[in-house]
Design a protein around this ligand. Structure first.
Ligand code: ZN
Length: 78
């Protein structure tokens, strides 16, 4: 795996602040695609696309709280 890191311009972090940071893009060559965002404030947003087409998204705030990224999930819960 050869991850490539590149900076991104400020956007909305999971904590609700606008923050810049680094994006990590990785591809294992077998269909797994990783796109992680590491915000300067400490938040992380993780997006893994698997070879079968399923996408795993999770976000962790800089205070360590795991949140659901509602903007990217179709099911709103109750
Ligand atoms: Zn944050």
């Amino acid at each position: 795996m050869t991850g490539v890191k590149s900076p991104f311009s400020p956007e909305l972090a999971p904590c609700g602040k606008r923050s810049g940071g680094e994006r990590l893009v990785d591809d294992d060559g077998y269909g797994l695609l990783i796109r992680d965002q590491y915000f300067d404030c400490g938040c992380r947003r993780i997006r893994h696309e698997y070879h079968d087409g399923s996408i795993h998204i999770s976000a962790v705030r800089h205070d360590g709280k795991r949140i659901k990224d509602s903007s990217l999930q179709a099911d709103h819960g109750s």
